[in-house]
Design a protein around this ligand. Sequence first.
Ligand code: ADP
Length: 268
Amino acid sequence: MRARTESLPPMPSAGEQSYQHVVRNRLIELSDVSKTYRRRYRRRIDALVELDLRIEAGSTVAVVGPNGAGKSTLFGVLAGLVRPDRGVTLVHGLAPIAHVRSRGVGLLPDRVRLPARLTVREVLARLAILDGYSGAAVPRSVDRVLDLVGLRERSGDRCGGLSHGLRQRVGIAQFLLRPREVLLLDEPLSGLDPVWRARFRELFEQLRRDSSGRTLLLSSHELGETARLTERVIVIDAGRVVDDFPTRGDSEEMERRVLSVLRRAGQA
Ligand code: ADP
């Protein structure tokens, strides 16, 4: 593993130190991060390859790329769920696991897994308690998020019988219970019908407005939608960043650029 100091700026003078500390605390930084999955009798898969990234707190960033590009692995690393083989990852100045323990991270995984035998309300109530709610605040907070995702009527349904889109909405409700400073949304639009896509867009904008310091990372194949929601696009292919640019809300231009970069990368 590369020494931790190599990825950091030069040591500041005493006067600069507190300033540097503030700046570093408000960054997500990955330096030379690699992750290879090894399974017995199968080929090795390099999911992330020497990845270098800096993401400022308060930004909304799209992570796009083909299936298998490494987007979910990247989110897993930031959420402390995937341990890279090498490199340094710092989320607001802390290793991901330390950051999750101290501040928590909101993660909407690409496939929302829920305990089949519990009802939607039971799942959300358990999470609300883990999130620090108690007494009457538990049902109150659960009702609030059920209303936000339109699931109040379905709150007595067992999770095992929910469609992919409904599970996705329970997943969205989970991170709305107590939105964290860092939110990682892996394919949040998948399985949502057009009405709920539009509703998700509103919720996303609201999360952005409610706290200017909140960092939102969103992976999606919906390039147009992504361009409207985010201010920066990071294109990943085969575990590497192949492009990184500001969106400026122009979805057509963004789609053209992403497709041409990926076509070029595919031919290389
Ligand atoms: P994306 O989210 O862009 O589709 P992933 O990060 O899920 O990409 O996967 C990157 C590569 O790593 C893919 O080839 C995938 O098959 C492989 N991969 C992901 N998770 C695992 C795992 N737990 N075990 C083995 N291979 C994995």
